[in-house]
Ligand binder design. Structure first.
Ligand SMILES: Cc1cc2nc3c(=O)[nH]c(=O)nc-3n(C[C@H](O)[C@H](O)[C@H](O)COP(=O)(O)OP(=O)(O)OC[C@H]3O[C@@H](n4cnc5c(N)ncnc54)[C@H](O)[C@@H]3O)c2cc1C
Length: 395
């Protein structure tokens, strides 16, 4: 592992840092947890930051220039994220366009689909949501029941999706539908793009225990979408869906944001009193926090190991699943410990009067569980690591 950057890479860092010095928002843009916005105002704030970056060509930086990206190498993309983090202004999660459907369309889309959709993903003009999960199809996604049938130049869709993040803001959805019910479940599925303004679509936001409405139910009642918005071939949508999932599981982790949360925890322990003294004076508190710090550092190095593999042109290793599993578990443990430290104060909700740190610890604690479920639950990640990485027999 070589920790040094070349002179050219450092020049690139300088260029982006100079832009950020002039343009980064004054208020920190950190998400409280899980990437979800707290409310509509927070959503607009994040979208505005995304669009400001986009206007200067600083979104989708690793995409090829023909798709309006900058064609940045992996290493420069890392530098780009490091600098955003330094300014407390990470790239906001504005739905599933930049992270999921954009890269999927580059691989599977027709020329017309690429030309129509990709530029507006880069610019943040159009917001996307991911219509995969259904009330009875989450981990076993291939059992999905939403139906699409041919209807002239259209497909007609009936069914329901659930847990659809940002659907209430979305202009478009990519939706997995069953198009051949007689085929085995992984076949007979198709990947359709749907305009969220089409008649027959109802979006119902779901309130989470944190009080936010990050995700939604979507009902499809005779919704028509043009056949030219089929991605990949009819009944071959599972292959396309897997491409999207690979991008989804590659997102997140990193360890760096968790190190920042541990630092915040140290700060909290120094302010919270236990038996009349700062909690930090208690050796058992310091030991727990030191353990979190070690684990966050281990994740950072694991991530760098993954980076080294990819820079050497090797295929992604086991680190992707390990990062998803361990980062979301560690985040949950940190938030639960913060709750212990806060004691009765942890009962005060986000923004409640008198709440310590505006109640953001209780908000994060209530949101942290979601990270262990989203993008394939951690039990499913255990299965993947056991079966595909360690080669253990299937359970
Ligand atoms: C924050 C968040 C955002 C999300 N955003 C979206 C979105 O935008 N679009 C979308 O389509 N979906 C989204 N989801 C849904 C998510 O993909 C599903 O919740 C997830 O795949 C699990 O499915 P499920 O909820 O139906 O649980 P189930 O699959 O019913 O699982 C229930 C429990 O059984 C366990 N289990 C199931 N099968 C196995 C197995 N084979 N081995 C071991 N244990 C198993 C699971 O781990 C879990 O603990 C989101 C979820 C969250 C939490």
């Amino acid at each position: 592992m070589d920790f040094n950057y070349s002179t050219e890479d450092e020049a690139f860092r300088h260029e982006f840092r100079t832009w950020l010095e002039a343009n980064a928002p004054a208020e920190p843009m950190q998400s409280l947890a899980g990437g979800f916005e707290q409310d509509e105002e927070d959503w607009k704030r994040k979208l505005n930051w995304y669009r400001k970056l986009a206007a200067a060509g600083w979104t989708c930086v690793d995409w090829p220039t023909e798709f309006d990206g900058r064609g940045l190498s992996l290493l420069r993309t890392i530098i780009y994220h490091e600098e955003l983090q330094r300014f407390n202004a990470p790239l906001p999660f504005i739905g599933s366009g930049p992270s999921l459907v954009g890269p999927t369309l580059m691989q599977w889309g027709t020329e017309e689909q690429k030309r129509r959709f990709i530029p507006k993903i880069v610019s943040g003009e159009e917001i996307w949501c991911q219509g995969y999960s259904e009330p009875n199809s989450g981990s076993d996604l291939a059992s999905l029941q939403t139906r699409a049938v041919e209807d002239g130049d259209y497909y007609r869709i009936n069914g329901q999706k659930i847990w659809t993040s940002q659907a209430q803001y979305a202009d478009w959805a990519f939706v997995l539908c069953r198009t051949d019910p007689s085929a085995p479940k992984h076949r007979g599925v198709s990947y359709l793009l749907v305009d969220m303004k089409t008649p027959g679509i109802t979006v119902r936001p779901l309130v989470q225990m944190s009080g936010t409405t990050g995700f939604n139910e979507i009902f499809f009642d005779d919704v028509r979408t043009p056949k030219k918005l089929l991605v990949g071939e009819i009944n071959n949508g599972w292959q396309v869906a897997i491409t999207t999932l690979m991008f989804e599981r590659g997102v997140g982790g990193g360890g760096q944001p968790l190190i920042a949360v541990v630092d915040e925890l140290v700060n909290l322990a120094k302010r919270i009193k236990r038996d009349g003294r700062p909690a930090w004076d208690d050796a058992s508190v310091r030991q727990r926090i030191a353990q979190f710090k070690c684990e966050a550092e281990v994740l950072r190095y694991t991530n760098l190991r993954q980076l080294t593999r990819r820079l050497r042109g090797l295929p992604p290793g086991a680190e992707g699943s390990i990062m998803k599993l361990c980062a979301t578990e560690l985040n949950l443990q940190i938030e639960l410990f913060a709750k212990e430290l806060l004691g009765p104060w942890s009962q005060l909700e986000f923004m409640a009067p008198l709440a310590i740190d505006e109640g953001r610890w209780s908000y994060r604690m209530l949101s942290a569980r979601g990270g262990t479920i989203a993008a394939g639950t951690n039990q499913i990640q255990h299965n993947i690591i056991g079966e595909r990485v360690l080669g253990l027999p299937k359970g």
